[in-house]
Design a protein around this ligand. Sequence first.
Ligand code: NAP
Length: 343
Amino acid sequence: MGHGAFEQTYAASEDRYEKMEYRRAGASGLDLSAFSFGLWQKFGTDYPYETQREIVLHAFDLGITHFDNADRYGPPHRAAQKCLGKVLAKDLAPHRDELLLSTKAGNPIGPGPYQKGGSRKSLLSSLDHSLRDLGTDYVDIFYSHSPDESTPLEETVGALVSAVQQGKALYVALSNYQPERAHQAAELLREAGVPLLVHQPRYSIFDRTPENSGLLELAQQDGFGLVVYSPLAQGLLTDKYLKGVPSGARAENSAFLSPDVIDDTYRQRASALNDLAAQRGQSLAQLALQWVLRRPEVTSALIGASSVWQLDHNVEALQFPPLTDDELAVIEQHGIHGTGLKK
Ligand SMILES: NC(=O)c1ccc[n+]([C@@H]2O[C@H](COP(=O)([O-])OP(=O)(O)OC[C@H]3O[C@@H](n4cnc5c(N)ncnc54)[C@H](OP(=O)(O)O)[C@@H]3O)[C@@H](O)[C@H]2O)c1
């Protein structure tokens, strides 16, 4: 799709559902697109709306149904939701029933006592505000963004249950919870008749926490799906940083990806993985995405993109044959946990 192709009116691609794979979220009845699209970075007011709109609409055209957001995403906070709300109102309104919209609450969005944490007040007032940002009556998935040890888990879970009972969310979810607390929350949710749909952890070739912590096994046992974020390690599992930091890349201007992590050790490991990808006739990004999706517990790989090209390229990962045991063994040699992560 050429630049500016959506400038006038938008007509969704008719074959969008043929291009994508859909995967069941845990023991629920809901299928998610194998790729979900996240608006964490580059969907604030610091980037051009027309580019943002083009990327969102292109994601939908590729069969991506799940759009991940949070009250915090911007800058400033809430800007990414307002951006998506504008695209919804202008272009995607006829397709609301085909979309899964997620939002999260609980991470700090301001200095006030109810602008952070897992209290009932904080979660439900944030959700109301997010519905206004998005211009929709309900979100499909409402997340507790992070665990809050200072709030009783019963209160946080109770707020999630209320969101569903009030018709403001269809499903509930957790993010960044350790397995033990996730299990306790899943039990409480089950008792309340509002089962945990998904958990959202970080997972990539360079971040093995969900394997090491037992979260993958817990997902199977408790019947929830996993929507894994930063599967490309924010771009480190692509070829873009092999020869430095290109202009405009996230590592150039983000508080969350420091150029310091792009050192010789990183380059050596990423280059070896890049060579393996080349032998398979694909890119490192495509290999890294196939790698997270190889696990049946992973319902969806949650990606970001700063261009339509990146989206097209990444979704093409679905076209390649599965990784063989020999290839997985090579990935184990170079995919060392902690590579590229902030110390
Ligand atoms: N629950 C949480 O606490 C939490 C935390 C973080 C993220 N998330 C969610 O997960 C989503 C995805 O996270 P993420 O953006 O870190 O995921 P990611 O897929 O690991 O990184 C995406 C970034 O990598 C670069 N990129 C993507 N494809 C590329 C390609 N083919 N070649 C070169 N560069 C490429 C782009 O950055 P540039 O082009 O800008 O360099 C893009 O924005 C977020 O939007 C958010 O919804 C959730």
